[in-house]
Structures are given as structure tokens and as C-alpha cells.
Design a protein around this ligand. Structure first.
Ligand SMILES: [Zn+2]
Length: 132
């Protein structure tokens, strides 16, 4: 028996330039975490990312990157955030999930190569994404 779950499927696509920009930003910030706002468009659950914004209030350290107490500007083109994990896996931590912003949270683990980027939803579930 198969349970048919009607689940909202989210799809993420990312331009190659954006992916490369994320990777070099993470490398630059290593061994600290780096954090960037993902910019793009969202339509019917499909998220298209084609830009990056350096957050105005970011605070980064070796084990945390975030926006403590400071809300991000409400800009509809801000579809999520990406941050790096200089150590460990690319799975979102509890802090990451509690600070979830937008529609998608991307995490890049060291050494920040093409296969080190992962996308997550607010439940900490992995979302497949495509480079376009
Ligand atoms: Zn994290």
C-alpha cells in the first residue's frame, strides 16, 4: 500500500554565475562562516535564484552566521539565504532552522566545490536544485 501524500513540492534553480559566486564567497570567508541573501523570483513554489546580496547586518564567526535580532529588509526578491559550514556536514543546525528566512536555505560545506551545495526547506528537508 502506498500513501499518497499531497505535498507541496518546491523546486530550486540557480544560475551558474550565482553558484560560482556563492562558492568563491565561502572560500573567501573560510575558516569563518559566510552568509549571503539569495535573490531571485518565486512562482508556484518554484524558486529561481540569479543574484546574491551581502546582508546589511551579518555577523559571522567560526560556528555561527546569522542576523541576530535584526530583521532583513522585506524585499520580495529575497528568496532565501545561503551560508557556509566550514566544518561538518551541510545539514541545517537547529539554529539554522530557527533562523530560516524566505523559501529556501542553502548550505555549503567545506571545501566549497560544486557538489558541496545543498538546499533545504524550513522543515530541514532537502530540496533538489538545478544549475541553469
Ligand atoms: Zn548553519
Amino acid at each position: 500500500m502506498q500513501l499518497k501524500k499531497k505535498k507541496f513540492e518546491r523546486k530550486v534553480s540557480l544560475t551558474k554565475e550565482t553558484r560560482d559566486g556563492i562558492l568563491s564567497f565561502c572560500k573567501m570567508n573560510h575558516p569563518n562562516e559566510g552568509i549571503l541573501i539569495l535573490r531571485g523570483k518565486a512562482k508556484h513554489g518554484d524558486v529561481f535564484i540569479d543574484g546574491l546580496v551581502i546582508p546589511p547586518f551579518s555577523e559571522t564567526g567560526a560556528d555561527f552566521a546569522g542576523f541576530p535580532n535584526n530583521p532583513l529588509p522585506l524585499d520580495p526578491s529575497y528568496v532565501g539565504i545561503v551560508h557556509s559550514h566550514p566544518v561538518g556536514s551541510a545539514e541545517p543546525s537547529l539554529t539554522d532552522l530557527n533562523n530560516f528566512f524566505g523559501l529556501v536555505s542553502m548550505i555549503v560545506k567545506s571545501p566549497y566545490e560544486d557538489d558541496d551545495i545543498f538546499a533545504w526547506d524550513s522543515d530541514g528537508k532537502e530540496i533538489p536544485f538545478a544549475i541553469v
